[in-house]
Ligand binder design. Structure first.
Ligand SMILES: C[S@@+](CC[C@H](N)C(=O)[O-])C[C@H]1O[C@@H](n2cnc3c(N)ncnc32)[C@H](O)[C@@H]1O
Length: 301
């Protein structure tokens, strides 16, 4: 059995390739996946010294790494569920099978202060629709230290994970979790937001049978909408204007469904963000355009 971090990573990489695993939950190749799991087991930071890679390891550490590598191959569970940790927008979050593993490129927009689209619009109130682990709501709250953030999810199991992460970051005074169907309950008049951020389920249910097994460990309610994947996207678009301040922005992740979204809602002037760190499907829309769209295509909440 290998006895240094370097040897363990190389061995795990080869085994992942041989097992034909799928990588799409934070890494996109066998080497990075091996580093993620082996370093976690060894308690090594990703920016550790080269020299640390060649230190002889105690048997117990090697066995811990081996257990993770073996579990990844045998169960096809995504690595983040095995470590129960995932980084998003520079912060670490607790995750388990109750929530989608954070990976939305919206992290890049948060890091970029939503520029150039935000301009000088102050960000006092944010809504995160479909919060899952709470990663977007929390990262946004940390990026805008005076903002109030509402975060909704229809899954009470997901909200329990989000609550754990909100408590970890001591943000309960600013991040408010709501069990709700997309938008928070709004009697008598809806609250208005400067920024609505959404990463809704958008995978067509018809594609479920073709997905690699790793995705089937994630909650179905986090991935799949209806047959064409657009049901929730449509409702978010139709209702966003009602919840946005006049200069407010909707930022939504539609992933690989973006060409369908662009075609299906052709009357909306989508800006599709060019992402420096890869990925696609993030759109930005402004309230006046969403208002026009809602008037022409009224929908239900
Ligand atoms: C793609 S996941 C995004 C999770 C998290 N925001 C992230 O980016 O990692 C979609 C989330 O939307 C939630 N969801 C699904 N249908 C919903 C609905 N009708 N109303 C509110 N949330 C919903 C799911 O439970 C899931 O947590």
């Amino acid at each position: 059995m290998a006895s240094t971090a370097r040897a363990l990573v190389l061995e795990a990489e080869a085994r992942f390739v041989a097992a034909d695993l799928h990588f799409g939950h934070g890494t996109d190749n066998a080497r990075d996946e091996a580093v993620f799991l082996v370093f976690h087991a060894l308690g090594l930071p990703f920016d550790c010294d080269e020299a640390a890679l060649d230190v002889a390891l105690p048997v117990g550490r090697v066995a811990a790494a081996e257990r993770l590598v073996q579990a990844r191959i045998n169960t096809r569970r995504p690595a983040a569920y095995l470590t129960q940790r995932m980084r998003f927008a520079g912060h670490e979050f607790f995750v388990d099978e109750r929530v989608l593993i954070p990976r939305s490129p919206i992290a890049e927009l948060i890091a970029d202060d939503f520029q150039p689209w935000r301009g000088a619009i102050p960000v006092a109130r944010i809504l995160d629709i479909g919060t899952g682990s709470g990663c977007i709501a929390i990262a946004a709250a940390l990026a805008y230290p005076t903002a109030q953030v509402d975060a909704t999810d229809i899954s009470s199991a997901a909200l329990a994970v989000a609550a754990r992460n909100v408590a970890h970051y001591q943000l309960s005074a600013r991040v408010h979790l709501h069990a709700a169907d997309l938008y928070p309950p709004a009697p008598p008049a809806p609250k208005r937001y400067d920024l609505i951020i959404a990463n809704p389920p958008y995978v067509p249910a018809s594609e479920r049978k073709d997905l690699p097994p790793e995705y089937l460990h994630e909650p179905a309610v986090a991935l799949f909408a209806d047959e064409d994947g657009l049901a929730l996207v449509r409702r978010i678009l139709v209702n966003a204007a009602e919840y946005l301040n006049p200069a407010g922005l909707l930022v939504m992740d539609t992933g690989g469904s973006w060409p369908t979204v662009d075609r299906e809602f052709a009357s909306l002037p989508f800006t599709w963000v060019e992402l420096a760190h890869g990925g696609d499907g993030i759109c930005v829309l402004r309230r006046p355009d969403l208002e026009k769209f809602a008037r022409a295509a009224p929908g239900s909440r």
